[in-house]
Design a protein around this ligand. Structure first.
Ligand SMILES: [Zn+2]
Length: 197
């Protein structure tokens, strides 16, 4: 599936435990091609893991936004991605009436890849898989989007663990191994993630 560039508020992947200042920057065409590739891998990996059919996956209703397509409330100078939820007209009786928007943050993603010497494709694949896991869990009401902030660190830790489980079979490709190592502890210590903004 192509990355549907549009935009994004809500859940975010933190840049990790580094102390370096996250710098500004924007994706160029070469980066957007990697975003498309990462989204393709993330979508197929999540659909397989959660055993979702093509129809089940389509029912999730999400889109991806980057850079200048992001509105002010959808931007972050520190998070790698944020997840926004918008009300949407149901596409079929009984269908979900929410549209999820993954708001990928160009500057922080580029800066963290550079700071931590991570392959951009691997980092993008991790971030997008993480956000898709959130969407699946919200869609299934396994987690409430408007959950009490006190419960969010535990959910973030779980989402990191699921992201690792999903991507572990691919660790030898896409530059993923260093990314999985970088975010390994996020799944074990609630509170480190700070993903939810
Ligand atoms: Zn998260």
């Amino acid at each position: 599936m192509q990355a549907r560039l549009g935009v994004g508020r809500g859940v975010a992947v933190s840049p990790g435990q580094g102390t370096g200042e996250v710098a500004a920057g924007h994706f160029g065409p070469e980066h957007i091609a990697l975003v498309d590739e990462a989204l393709y891998v993330a979508e197929h990996s999540c659909a397989d893991y959660f055993k979702l059919s093509a129809g089940g996956w389509k029912a999730l209703r999400f889109e991806l936004g980057t850079g200048s397509a992001l509105g002010p409330a959808e931007q972050s100078r520190r998070a790698l991605a944020k997840l926004a939820r918008y009300e949407a007209r149901a596409w079929a009786p009984g269908a979900a009436s929410h549209l999820w928007r993954i708001c990928l943050q160009d500057g922080p993603v580029l800066a963290v890849a550079r700071r931590d010497d991570l392959a951009l494709l691997g980092l993008l694949t991790y971030v997008l898989t993480h956000e898709l896991v959130h969407i699946v869990r919200f869609h299934r009401f396994e987690q409430l989007f408007d959950a009490d902030p006190r419960h969010r660190p535990r959910e973030e830790a779980l989402v990191h663990r699921l992201t690792h489980d999903i991507l572990r079979p691919l660790h030898a490709s896409l530059g993923l191994a260093p990314v999985l190592e970088r975010y390994r502890d996020m799944g074990q210590a609630p509170g480190l993630g700070r993903c939810w903004t």
